[in-house]
Design a protein around this ligand. Structure first.
Ligand SMILES: Cc1cc2nc3c(=O)[nH]c(=O)nc-3n(C[C@H](O)[C@H](O)[C@H](O)COP(=O)(O)O)c2cc1C
Length: 181
């Protein structure tokens, strides 16, 4: 699980936690953090590779699949998340995203559920040859009103949607695994 927001009270992280809660028991989730990844600079591949890059690459490599939960910043993904995609994609021929089943949930306080971020992320992940689940798509808007006083999702429709989405993701992971050479 990769969360695109670095904010302590992030709505995206809360949705990520809710997705875990409503996911089928066959799926086991771990968060891998992106906040400490130095900005991608190819020179560092030839010097001392940052420890955080090595840790992140290993996390992605060993995961069976990746669920991204991201906000939208100025109609795109937050820079930190794009940096994480770049870090995972290099060095050339060691791209850890290759053939990795993935899915995207985008969450914003706005009305259109971070559609722009969702599709920019989809574009980059497709280029690095991740197998991004095409359907169902997940655009969650109005994030300020999603949660009750206990911090959990109050809206029954969103809870049901997360259950359906994570079940579809489980099926997608199996489908990609069967097709892989
Ligand atoms: C730099 C910046 C740019 C933003 N741009 C957008 C945007 O393009 N579209 C949108 O729906 N919300 C935008 N927002 C609002 C975010 O949806 C809102 O801050 C949201 O809570 C971020 O997710 P988080 O709670 O997980 O941190 C932006 C917020 C910031 C800080």
């Amino acid at each position: 699980m990769v969360v695109g927001s670095l904010r302590r009270e992030s709505f995206n992280r809360r949705v990520a936690q809710a997705a875990i809660e409503f996911a089928p028991p066959s799926l086991e989730f771990h968060f891998t953090e992106i906040a400490d990844l130095p900005l991608y600079n190819e020179d560092l591949e030839r010097a001392t590779v940052p420890e955080a890059w090595t840790r992140f690459r290993a996390d992605i490599k060993t995961a069976d699949a990746i669920l991204f939960v991201t906000p939208e910043y100025n109609r795109s993904v937050p820079g930190g998340l794009k940096n994480a995609v770049d870090v995972g994609s290099r060095p050339y021929l060691s791209n850890v995203w290759n053939d990795k089943p993935a899915a995207i949930i985008s969450v914003s306080t706005g009305a259109i559920g971070a559609f722009g971020a969702n599709h920019h992320l989809r574009q980059a992940l497709t280029f690095v040859n991740a197998a991004v689940m095409p359907q169902p798509e997940a655009y969650i808007g109005g994030a300020k009103d999603l949660f009750g006083a206990d911090g959990k999702i109050a809206n029954e429709g969103t809870r049901k949607f997360l259950e359906r989405f994570t079940n579809a993701f489980g099926a997608w992971i199996e489908r990609v695994r069967v097709r892989a050479p």
